[in-house]
Structures are given as structure tokens and as C-alpha cells.
Design a protein around this ligand. Structure first.
Ligand SMILES: N[C@@H](CCC(=O)N[C@@H](CS)C(=O)NCC(=O)O)C(=O)O
Length: 271
């Protein structure tokens, strides 16, 4: 039986759960509480040395990194295919996944931290926070966490995140302009699935329209995403009322700042 280690409302875990539903698979879930630092328990670190979720275990196979887990699942359970057969389409699909892994995951994390997880971190004891910031010896992650914790939306990482989302949505609008529903070959692929939780998070934080209010094709993509059964099961129906309320409350508070950051980015870098 497949075993998934995940955390509640974790964007990286959600992509894997969407893929598992798409493939109609059965799996067991173990929840790891990130704010109790369970990801740093010696037993979990053996499965995932970076101390992050998700991790998929399949017999002796231990797979880390959500993008790679989704590809592993597609290779193992080819139907329905979520990786295109055509070489160029496959590359296009990977381009979207690459954007998530290079910028959009950290960007979404930084926006989420500056909106709401910052508050949760403040509620931790200084010792617990220190463990979390130490991040199993990763200075880059430490710098990012410390910056968003201390400066909120004034962190340069949040500005970078806003810029990266501007580029993403501009690219999506262009690709989708021919009327297609999905990003690659007009069939649902891991390119779409990889993006879904990140776009959803912005929406639940009440921020998505800042980027897409004038992008009708991205709006249609987001509508199709919300109508997709695997997304509904993995994300919409899996989140609790409390989680929705929390995202709404905290995200609304940074709305003005995020809109201002986007304006500054467009003014200073694109015009
Ligand atoms: N690139 C990794 C990122 C994994 C990651 O950072 N996951 C977050 C949750 S979405 C996490 O476990 N964070 C732990 C922490 O912040 O200490 C992936 O896609 O699997």
C-alpha cells in the first residue's frame, strides 16, 4: 500500500493528493505537524533528510520532492497519463513544473508566511522557533524564514514572489489565449496539477484577483480547476472551515500591500 506523509494545508502535499485521486489509487496517510516540528523527528528525517513534506513510501521506495513524486506515480500507474507522450509537450509540461520548483513554491510560502504562518511562528516558544529556523542546516531557507518572520510583506522575498506570480500569470494568459482549457495539449497534465494548489492558496488568501482580474483566460483555467473532481477532493473538500477562515482573515490584511508591490513591480520593471 502506498503511504503518504503529508501536512494539513500543505501546498506541496496537495499536488500529490490530486495526482493520487486522478489515478484512482488507494493510499494511507500519516500527518506530520509542521508547527510541532514533527518533520524534524529522527524517524522522519530518515525518510526525508530535508525535513519537509510530502514523502511517498511504496515498499522499499522512498520518494521525496512533490514534483518527482507525481512523476513517479505517473510512471508507475500510467493511466490516465498525466505526462504527455510527445517530446515537446513533455518539455512544455516540465517548464510549468520547473517554474513551481524554482520560484513559485518559495514565493507562495513567503506570501503565506507573511500573511498567516508568521502569527503561528510567533506563538511558538523561542526554542521551537529556533529549531524551525535552523531548518536542518539550510542557510537559504533560514534567511527566507527569518526575513518574512521579521519583515512580513516588506521582505524582499515577498516582492520577488509577487514578481514571479506576475510573470507566471502573463505566461499562462498567453498560452491559454487560443481557448484551450489546460496548459499542455489541452489535456490535464502534471503541468496544471503542479500549479493548482499555488493558485488556490492565493485565492483562499483573497489575493488571486490582484493578478488575474484582467486575465480572462487564467480565470477560465481557475474555474476549470475548481470543477475538477481530483482537485475538489484533494483541496476544496479537504480543507476545514477553520483553515478557510484563517486564510481569509490573514490574507485580507496584506491585500493592499501585495497590490502595491505588484504596481511597483510593473512600474519599475515592466514599463
Ligand atoms: N520542494 C519540496 C518542498 C517541500 C516543502 O518545503 N514542504 C513544506 C510544506 S508545503 C514543508 O514541509 N515545510 C516544513 C517547514 O517549513 O519546516 C517539495 O516540493 O516537495
Amino acid at each position: 500500500m502506498l503511504k503518504l506523509y503529508k501536512a494539513g494545508n500543505s501546498i506541496c502535499s496537495q499536488k500529490v493528493v490530486i495526482t493520487l485521486h486522478e489515478k484512482n489509487l488507494e493510499w494511507e496517510t500519516t500527518n506530520i505537524s509542521l508547527f510541532k516540528n514533527e518533520q524534524y523527528s529522527p524517524a522522519y528525517l530518515k525518510l526525508n533528510p530535508k525535513g519537509v513534506v510530502p514523502t511517498l513510501v511504496n515498499g522499499d521506495d522512498i520518494v521525496n520532492e512533490s514534483t518527482l513524486i507525481c512523476e513517479y506515480l505517473d510512471n508507475l500507474f500510467p493511466e490516465p497519463a498525466l505526462i504527455p507522450a510527445n517530446a515537446l509537450s513533455r518539455t512544455k509540461m516540465r517548464k510549468w513544473s520547473k517554474a513551481v520548483d524554482e520560484h513559485l513554491f518559495v514565493g507562495t510560502r513567503e506570501i503565506s508566511f507573511s500573511a498567516m504562518f508568521r502569527q503561528k511562528l510567533k506563538e511558538m516558544t523561542p526554542e521551537q522557533r529556533e529549531v524551525r529556523f535552523r531548518n536542518v542546516g539550510d542557510p537559504e531557507r533560514r534567511a527566507r524564514y527569518t526575513s518574512t518572520y521579521e519583515h512580513g510583506t516588506d521582505s524582499p522575498y515577498v516582492f520577488q514572489a509577487v514578481a514571479n506570480f506576475e510573470k507566471l500569470f502573463a505566461d499562462m494568459e498567453e498560452i491559454l489565449a487560443d481557448g484551450r482549457t489546460w496548459l499542455v495539449e489541452d489535456r490535464l497534465s502534471l503541468g496544471d496539477i503542479n500549479l493548482m494548489p499555488y493558485v488556490a492558496r492565493l485565492d483562499y488568501l483573497q489575493l488571486l484577483d490582484i493578478w488575474i482580474s484582467e486575465r480572462p483566460h487564467v480565470q477560465s483555467w481557475w474555474q476549470s480547476t475548481q470543477e475538477t473532481e481530483s482537485f475538489r477532493k484533494a483541496v476544496t473538500e479537504a480543507l476545514s472551515d477553520k483553515e478557510y477562515a484563517n486564510m481569509k482573515e490573514h490574507g485580507s490584511k496584506i491585500r493592499e500591500q501585495i497590490a502595491d508591490l505588484r504596481h511597483s513591480y510593473i512600474r519599475d520593471y515592466l514599463s
